[in-house]
Design a binder for this molecule. Structure first.
Ligand code: ADP
Ligand code: MG
Length: 652
C-alpha cells in the first residue's frame, strides 16, 4: 500500500484546479478511477435514487492502511505524485489529491478498507469534512466507499441536481465508459436493487462492448489494431453501413482514460471518407496507447482533455489503424487492378458533400417578383439571406469540377465540415437503380389533402398548365410551364412539402403503427434525454418507450417515414435532445420536422416514375409558397424562354 503525501503548496498550484464534485456521476467517476489506480480487477457500483442518497463503490484493490486513512481525505493528499517532475509522467487516473476531500466536504462518507498485509481493516466516517468515526473493521482486502446524501449541506448545489432518473443515467454513462476503457476489470452496476451491467473482465473489448451496448451494436463492429511510431491503437470501429447520425458512439481512450480528442475524431472520420454517407458518423471504441511523456493530462480538472506532444503522430496512428481495418476483407492477392476498379465504383456510388459555393443562379427563382440575382452563395446557412439579397448564381461545369477537387481535399473536408442537418440532405442511396419508387400515392394524397385544407382558408391558387419533360441526373425534374422552363430539385422540394404538412398537422401528427417495432441503442445521455422527452416526440408522431439498458423501442412513427429510416432518425433526434436540453421548447418542433422531412423525402438518385413526377409537380406548383427546402436551399429554379433564346442567339 503506497504512502500518501500531502503535496506542498507549490506543486498543488501547478495542478489544474477545479470542481470535481458536480453530481453523483462525477463522484462515481472519481471513485471508480481511484479503484482502477488501486489495481482493482473487480469494481461494483451501486446507486439508489440516482446516486443522490446512496452511492457505493467496492473494489478489490490495494486498500488504504490505517495510518494513511485520514490523510487520504485531506486536500492535495495523494500517493500518486510527490514532486513537480512526476507531473510529466502521469500513468494513474488520479494525481490531484482532491477527490476524496471534495466529496467528503459535501456528503456523508463511510469507508471500509483493508490494505494488503493488514490484519484488521479500518472503518472511517467523515461528514461535511468532519471526522465522526475511526474504528476497526473486519473486511476483505480492498476498499468500499459509501457516499450518502450528496450536497446535504449545500442546498444551493442540491438545487442543480436533476431528477433521480437523469442523475442515475449519468452515473450509468460513467460506468459504461469506465467499463469500456478497462476490459480487464470486471465492472458491475446495481441500480435501485437491480443489476443492470456486468462485464466479464476478461480483457476482451468486444465482450465489454457486448455487455455495455448489447448484441446489435457489438455485431456492427470491426476489430482493429495498429502500431505506428510507438503509438499503439486498438479496439473496434463500426462497419460503414452501421454509421450513425451523430458522434455519440465515438469513444476514445488514452492509456485507459476516456478522452475527448478532436485529432482522433478527425483521423477516424478521414479514414471513412468515401465509404460513409455524408452526414453520417462512424462509431468506435478505440484505445490509444502512448508513452506517458508524450501527453499532458494536466489540462482540465475533469481530465477528459489531453494535449499530445505530437498531434500529427496520433492522427496518423488512428487514421491508418482505421483505414486498414476498413480495407481488410477486401484485400486479395492480385488486388491492384481489381481494387482500383472497386474504389472507382465505390466513389461513384458515394455522395459528395454538398457544395453550396457552387450554386449560381442567373435568373430569379420562381414566384419572386422583385429580386435580381448575381454573385455567389458563400455558405449554406446564408443561402436564404443571399437569395433575398439577390446574390445567387450558377457555376459553369468547369468551375464545378474545380470546386470538386478542392472540396475533396481531406483537410478542407474536415475543417469545414458543414453542420449535421445541412449535410444530411445530400444522402444518395448507394444503388439508385435498385431502390423502389419512394413516392407513395398515399403520401402524395396526404400532401394534397393537407394543402386542400389550407386552401379552404386562403384564396385558391390555380397554377398555369405545365408539362413534365423528364428528369436529369435522377435529381432534377424538368418542367415546361408557359414561357418558362422549371428545374425542380426533387429532394429539396419534397422535403419542404413534408415539412409543411407536418407543421400543419401539429398536435395531430399522422403516425403509423409499426408492424415490427424498432429498437434503438443509445448512449446513456441520449437515452435519458429521450425518456425525458417522450411527450415531445409523441407530439411529432413518434411513439417511443423505454426498452431498458440504454435502448428505446419505437412503436409508431410519422406516416412519411419508412421503417428502415427509424433507427437513424431516432438516434439523430436523441443526439439533438441530449445536446440541446436547455433550450428545448416543446411547442417548437421544427427541428424534429426537419429530421423527419429529410429522412422521408425522396432522395436525389431515387427512381421516380413519370406518373409520380406528374403528381409531385402538380402538388408542388399548387403551393407557390414552397420556395426553399427547410435548410434554405431553393427547391426550384426557372429559366425563361426568352433567356434561352437569347443564349442561342435567336433573339437579341
Ligand atoms: P488522487 O486520486 O488524485 O490521488 P484522491 O482524493 O482521489 O486523490 O485520493 C487520495 C488518495 O487516497 C489516493 O492517492 C490513494 O492513495 C488513496 N485512495 C483513494 N481511493 C482509494 C482506493 N479505492 N483504494 C486504495 N487507495 C485509495
Ligand atoms: Mg482520485
Amino acid at each position: 500500500m503506497p504512502n500518501i503525501n500531502v503535496l506542498d503548496k507549490h506543486i498543488a498550484e501547478l495542478i489544474a484546479a477545479g470542481e470535481v464534485v458536480e453530481r453523483p456521476a462525477s463522484v462515481a467517476k472519481e471513485l471508480m478511477e481511484n479503484s482502477i489506480d488501486a489495481g482493482a480487477s473487480s469494481i461494483t457500483v451501486e446507486i439508489r435514487r440516482g446516486g443522490i442518497t446512496y452511492l457505493r463503490i467496492t473494489d478489490n484493490g490495494c486498500g488504504i492502511d490505517r495510518q494513511n486513512i485520514r490523510k487520504a481525505f485531506l486536500s492535495h493528499a495523494t500517493s500518486k505524485i510527490s514532486s513537480a517532475d512526476d507531473l510529466d509522467s502521469i500513468l494513474t487516473l488520479g494525481f490531484r489529491g482532491e477527490a476524496l476531500a471534495s466529496i467528503a466536504a459535501v456528503s456523508r462518507v463511510e469507508i471500509m478498507t483493508r490494505a494488503e498485509g493488514e490484519e484488521t481493516g479500518t472503518r472511517y466516517c467523515i461528514e461535511g469534512s468532519q471526522e465522526t468515526l475511526l474504528d476497526d473493521a473486519g473486511c476483505p482486502k480492498g476498499t468500499t466507499i459509501i457516499v450518502r446524501d450528496i450536497f446535504y449541506n449545500t442546498p444551493a448545489r442540491m438545487k442543480f441536481l436533476k431528477k433521480d432518473v437523469t442523475e442515475g443515467n449519468a452515473v450509468a454513462g460513467v460506468v459504461d465508459r469506465i467499463a469500456l476503457s478497462h476490459p480487464e476489470i470486471s465492472v458491475r452496476f446495481i441500480r435501485d436493487g437491480k443489476e443492470t451491467l456486468v462485464t466479464s473482465g476478461d480483457g476482451k473489448i468486444k465482450n465489454t462492448v457486448f455487455s455495455v451496448f448489447g448484441r446489435d451494436f457489438a455485431q456492427s463492429l470491426i476489430p482493429c489494431s495498429y502500431e505506428l511510431n510507438g503509438i499503439k491503437v486498438d479496439g473496434f470501429i463500426s462497419k460503414p453501413v452501421n454509421s450513425r447520425a451523430n458522434r455519440t458512439m465515438q469513444f476514445f481512450f488514452l492509456n485507459g482514460r476516456l478522452i475527448k480528442t478532436r485529432t482522433g475524431m478527425a483521423a477516424l472520420e478521414a479514414a471513412y471518407k468515401n465509404s460513409i454517407m455524408v452526414g453520417k458518423f462512424p462509431s468506435c471504441v478505440l484505445n490509444i496507447h502512448v508513452p506517458a511523456s508524450a501527453v499532458d493530462v494536466n489540462v482540465h480538472p475533469a481530465k477528459t482533455e489531453v494535449r499530445f506532444a505530437d498531434e500529427k503522430k496520433i492522427f496518423d496512428a488512428v487514421y491508418y489503424c482505421t483505414k486498414l481495418a476498413l480495407e481488410q476483407g477486401d484485400t486479395r492477392p492480385q488486388m491492384s487492378f481489381e481494387s482500383k476498379a472497386q474504389m472507382k465504383i465505390n466513389s461513384q456510388k458515394m455522395p459528395q458533400p454538398y457544395k453550396a459555393e457552387q450554386i449560381k443562379i442567373d435568373t430569379p427563382p420562381p414566384f419572386t417578383k422583385n429580386s435580381s440575382f448575381f454573385g455567389e452563395v458563400k455558405a449554406y446557412g446564408k443561402v436564404l439571406e443571399d437569395l433575398n439579397a439577390g446574390t445567387v448564381k450558377f457555376n459553369s461545369p468547369k468551375e464545378t469540377a474545380d470546386a470538386d477537387k478542392i472540396e475533396n481535399d481531406e483537410d478542407i473536408l474536415l475543417n469545414n465540415r458543414p453542420k449535421q442537418e445541412e449535410k444530411a440532405e445530400e444522402e444518395i442511396k448507394p444503388d439508385a437503380a435498385e431502390s423502389a419508387p419512394v413516392f407513395k400515392e398515399k403520401q402524395i394524397q396526404t400532401e394534397i389533402k393537407s394543402e386542400e385544407k389550407n386552401e379552404e382558408k386562403t384564396e385558391t391558387y390555380i397554377p398555369e398548365p405545365f408539362r413534365v419533360i423528364g428528369e436529369a441526373f435522377k435529381t432534377y425534374i424538368i418542367v415546361e410551364q408557359g414561357e418558362k422552363m422549371l428545374i425542380i430539385d426533387k429532394h429539396a422540394a419534397h422535403e419542404r412539402m413534408i415539412f409543411e404538412s407536418l407543421k400543419k398537422n401539429v398536435n395531430d401528427a399522422e403516425s403509423q403503427l409499426l408492424l415490427a417495432p424498432v429498437t434503438v441503442t443509445l448512449s446513456k445521455e441520449e437515452y435519458s434525454a429521450v425518456l425525458e422527452n417522450i411527450g415531445v416526440l409523441s407530439k411529432a408522431g413518434y411513439a417511443v418507450e423505454d426498452f431498458g439498458q440504454g435502448m428505446v423501442i419505437v412503436t409508431e412513427c410519422p406516416t412519411f417515414i419508412e421503417s428502415g429510416e427509424i433507427e437513424s432518425v431516432i438516434s439523430e433526434l436523441a443526439g439533438y435532445l441530449a445536446e440541446n436540453k436547455k433550450d428545448l421548447i416543446p411547442e417548437k418542433l421544427d427541428w424534429i420536422y426537419h429530421s423527419t422531412a429529410c429522412r422521408a423525402a425522396i432522395k436525389s438518385g431515387d427512381y421516380t416514375s413519370a406518373y409520380e413526377m406528374e403528381k409531385f409537380v402538380e402538388s408542388l406548383l399548387n403551393n407557390p409558397d414552397i420556395r426553399y427546402c427547410p435548410h434554405g436551399r431553393p427547391v426550384l429554379m426557372e429559366m425563361s424562354k426568352k433567356e434561352i433564346e437569347k443564349n442561342f442567339g435567336r433573339i437579341q
